[in-house]
Design a protein around this ligand. Sequence first.
Ligand SMILES: Nc1ncnc2c1ncn2[C@@H]1O[C@H](COP(=O)(O)OP(=O)(O)OP(=O)(O)O)[C@@H](O)[C@H]1O
Length: 236
Amino acid sequence: MALITCQNAAFGYEGNTVVSGLQFEVHSGDYLCVVGENGSGKSTLIKGLLQLKAPQSGKVFMGDGLGLNEIGYLPQQTAAQKDFPASAYEVVLSGRLGARGIRPFYSPRDKAIAEENIKRLDISSLRNRCYRELSGGQQQRVLLARALCATKKVLLLDEPVAGLDPVVTQELYRLIESINRETGLTVIMVSHDLQSAVKYASHILHLKNTQLFFGKTSDYLISKVGQIFIGGERNA
Ligand SMILES: Nc1ncnc2c1ncn2[C@@H]1O[C@H](COP(=O)(O)OP(=O)(O)OP(=O)(O)O)[C@@H](O)[C@H]1O
């Protein structure tokens, strides 16, 4: 059974539809990249998957025992988040807030999970540094560790490389791919970067206010949509 299913869903704001015809499934271990131009509805879909937004029509549902609090989410960074006055360790540990529920303190297990992800993302040397003093790439690693603390099942990333230089961008992509490959964690990532999407993702969802393509990356590459967009970028 699929972890997430979109059944002919449409989303919008105050009666205006911004993305429709969404028909896809995400299975355990998939690495899905959601691509499309500015304003094509990618972030709106992410809000729908997180159930922050109800579909105007159609359905979105979770299966395979997936709970909403088992999705680790790395949102698009805002200026306010970049200025967060806490240590890198505190930011990572706060990924356990959803699991902590009404318990007043973090448990030894919460702290062990934070340690595990600090090690996994190789950020031990940053743990006591103030988050807002870190570079963009370091901040994204900390936020990725935070999102991993929240989940063993699904990681939802909205443009995780926005504003990073090409070297740090490729490092982050490789890291996300190795987490997907080594742990089987399902990854759903919004990206503007088609070349990297087809390099790393197992599946592509291409939006342009409607669903232009959904399927395996290998099929996308030989599809009409894939040929137009990938060809277009290569010729640009
Ligand atoms: N809160 C909102 N209220 C009304 N319209 C909105 C709201 N948020 C987004 N929109 C509109 O919905 C459309 C899709 O926006 P969305 O942010 O989902 O696109 P996107 O593909 O994620 O774009 P980008 O790549 O620029 O982040 C746009 O036309 C946008 O102006």
